[in-house]
Ligand binder design. Structure first.
Ligand code: FAD
Ligand code: EPU
Length: 341
């Protein structure tokens, strides 16, 4: 593998803060995985980079960045109803969604236009508009960098939760290089998820009479484009924080003070409060300090207007956390992976 030193990572992450890494290499072949253990020993640490759409570099990276460019998509099994497809981790997620739409394979149309790679999708169990990727993941193939062997995780072994999987657990985080994912998609589906937010309303506005995978995807794309900033235009990493999950008791206490607070019942008797609402209620929607701020159409998205520095962005997000905690007593936890000491 060719190694570049003191490499400029700025164009390779969507938040776009100027960032250098001590070393950088591209991984294009499975055989190269065997070199990772030695690289980790030589450079002290490894960061696997996909599309760079869920990362915030608060500072330069001191180890080696391994850019995942593993490619390949193959159908491994199918019957009248389902198709099992193995997709290499370096494939672009939305290109895979487009392929599924072209083939009329259902299950991931609500996850249209999410940036990044297929390999990163199971890591935080990407989700949008009422669907999470866990509903279609059959198996995850991962290379254990230390043990130098590939292993497989079944869906249940992935321990998927809201923006969570075993690959985010402190003991296993950064232990595995995900090499491919097997998805099970439905051939010619007849039922669709349209209940979340404005999906049905948007389909109605579009004049859709008969639902198809393509029409649901088009509606989701339309909604996303109306509120989420395109990283090519305004640099960002999507929702910066997770929506907090809390108890009915805490929600009732908060409702006494903030009767207009929205909330949603989710599984395990937990209640989800929209972090965007908490941030907006603190007056931070559209707020800006220098080149870092909260988007004016979606308060949960922190944006880099141009030349924000990682260390300033880090202080800015700490300020958001402190303000929300002082106002509501709720701690917002980052969804974005922050690279700092
Ligand atoms: P990266 O940012 O490159 O990496 C993220 C983390 O995964 C890092 O810790 C990295 O080391 C690790 N990693 C990456 N690839 C591998 C691998 N092959 N093996 C092991 N570890 C790996 N997310 C949602 O869930 N729903 C949304 O609706 C959504 N909307 C977004 C909208 C915008 C505008 C943006 C910018 C982001 C959005 N995201 C959303 C977040 C992001 O797109 C997802 O988290 C995506 O899966 C990240 O993929 P990536 O390849 O860019 O990962
Ligand atoms: N809201 C506000 N102010 C805002 C925006 C939203 O008060 O500026 C409130 C409204 O009450 C709204 C609610 O928040 O009904 C939820 O907003 P939205 O539907 O836009 O979704 P979100 O909870 O902010 C989550 C995901 C997104 C995903 C959307 C759609 C998280 C952390 N974020 O955002 O994922 O696309 O739902 O399903 O769960 C990402 O992970 O990067 C991401 C963009």
């Amino acid at each position: 593998m060719n190694i570049s030193t003191n490499f400029n990572l700025t164009p390779l992450h969507t938040f776009g803060m100027e960032t250098y890494t001590a070393a950088y290499t591209r991984l294009t072949q499975m055989e190269e995985l065997n070199e990772l253990k030695a690289l980790k020993e030589q450079y002290g640490n490894i960061l696997i980079l996909g599309g760079g759409s869920n990362l915030m570099f608060a500072q330069d990276y001191k180890g080696i960045v391994v850019h995942n460019l593993l490619k390949g998509i193959k159908v491994i099994d199918e019957n009248d109803k389902y198709v099992n497809i193995q997709v290499a981790s370096g494939e672009i997620w939305h290109e895979f969604v487009l392929l599924a739409i072209e083939k009329n394979w259902g299950g991931i149309e609500n996850l249209s236009l999410i940036p990044g790679t297929v390999g990163a999708a199971p890591i935080q169990n990407i989700g949008a508009y009422g669907v999470e990727v866990k509903s279609v993941v059959q198996e995850v193939y991962a290379y254990d960098i230390e043990a130098q062997k590939e292993i497989q995780f079944s869906n249940s072994e992935c321990q998927f939760g809201y923006r969570y999987s075993i690959f985010k657990h402190p003991l296993t985080k950064d232990k595995y290089f995900i090499t491919s994912v097997i998805f099970r998609l439905e051939k010619s589906p007849t039922s669709f998820h349209t209940k979340y937010g404005d999906v049905q309303k948007t389909l109605d506005e579009m004049g859709v009479k008969t639902l198809t995978i393509k029409s649901v995807s088009d509606a989701v794309i339309k909604i996303r484009q109306s509120k989420l900033p395109d990283p090519k235009v305004i640099k960002n990493a999507g929702s910066f924080f997770k929506n907090p999950l809390t108890s009915r008791f805490i929600v009732n206490k908060l409702l006494e003070r903030f009767p207009d607070m929205p909330y949603y019942e989710v599984e395990n008797n937990l209640i989800k409060i929209p972090a965007a609402w908490l941030i907006e209620k603190c007056g931070l929607k559209g707020a800006r300090v220098g080149d870092i701020g909260n988007h004016d159409k979606q308060a949960l998205v922190v944006v880099n207007y141009g030349n924000a520095k990682g260390k300033d962005a880090f202080l800015y997000i700490k300020d958001i956390q402190n303000t929300v905690q002082q106002t509501f007593g709720v701690l917002l936890r980052p969804e974005v992976n922050i690279i700092s000491d």
